[in-house]
Design a protein around this ligand. Structure first.
Ligand SMILES: Nc1ncnc2c1ncn2[C@@H]1O[C@H](COP(=O)(O)OP(=O)(O)OP(=O)(O)O)[C@@H](O)[C@H]1O
Length: 230
């Protein structure tokens, strides 16, 4: 379980997140929605240690990790897939996976497991990542994160700019992963339908505050749109 407790964070003297708390279960999805500039990415950066909160705590399975470097958080089971389908464009798909898997005891098995989840990547192993489609690169980015054997996977807008059939594939995979019961997902998502379908719980972020929360399965996309318009 990942707990963000009363996080305040920003850039220089500008505070962007004004005291946000949320909880990501160890076997489910918590979604964060909000308009552009609401502070979603900033909140994730504070969670993974890329920026230092000025107040508040980050707890991973009860352990206070607020003072840890990003690499130490990865070692404890936090994986982050930033916005923008990032990969090493000059390396092949296989090399991108090996960069993470090399040096891990179960490296080969972890690559095989990741490819089972994203079978489309198996035919693209020798292709340079820079030549993949946005959807394929996003699958590669998630596959790489999974090779670190995370307890909590943090996804920043995984469906942004991706064709609908790949959105469905990513949605299916996220649900399959959490149904196994050993992975929690913090999902930042503008695609309201995807967020509500995947998440047991959601929060709406506006101007750095949580303005509304609810249950994924029982809330309509219209209700979320209305809440986001307030
Ligand atoms: N590196 C930075 N330095 C200074 N200000 C920043 C930086 N990154 C983001 N901001 C500002 O922080 C605020 C929140 O940005 P953030 O990227 O967290 O929002 P977001 O909800 O993730 O938006 P989007 O959906 O567009 O990604 C915005 O006003 C933005 O201009």
């Amino acid at each position: 379980m990942l707990e963000l407790v009363d996080i305040r964070a920003g850039y220089g003297r500008t505070e962007v997140i004004h005291g946000v708390s949320l909880l990501v279960p160890s076997d489910g999805v918590a979604a964060v929605m909000g308009h552009n500039g609401a502070g979603k990415t900033t909140l994730l950066r504070a969670a993974v240690g890329l920026i230092k909160p000025t107040r508040g705590k980050v707890l991973l399975n009860g352990e206070d990790i607020t003072g840890l470097r990003p690499s130490a958080r990865v070692a404890r089971g936090l994986a982050y897939v930033p916005q923008g389908q990032q990969s090493f464009g000059q390396l092949t798909t296989a090399e991108n996976l090996r960069v993470v898997a090399d040096g891990r005891k179960r490296g080969k098995a972890l690559i095989a497991e990741a490819l089972d989840l994203f079978p489309a990547l198996t035919t693209l192993l020798d292709r340079r990542a820079g030549l993949l489609s946005g959807g394929q690169r996003q699958q590669l980015a998630i596959a790489r994160a999974l090779i670190t054997e995370p307890k909590i996977l943090i996804l920043d807008e995984p469906t942004e700019g991706i064709q609908p059939n790949v959105v469905a594939e990513i949605e299916r995979t996220v649900m399959e992963l959490t149904e196994r019961g050993d992975l929690g997902v913090l999902l930042v998502e503008q695609h309201i339908g995807f967020a509500l379908q995947s998440a047991q719980h959601y929060s709406i972020l506006a101007a750095g505050h949580v303005t509304s929360t609810g249950e994924g399965g029982t809330t309509s996309t219209d209700a979320v749109r209305r809440a986001m318009a307030i």
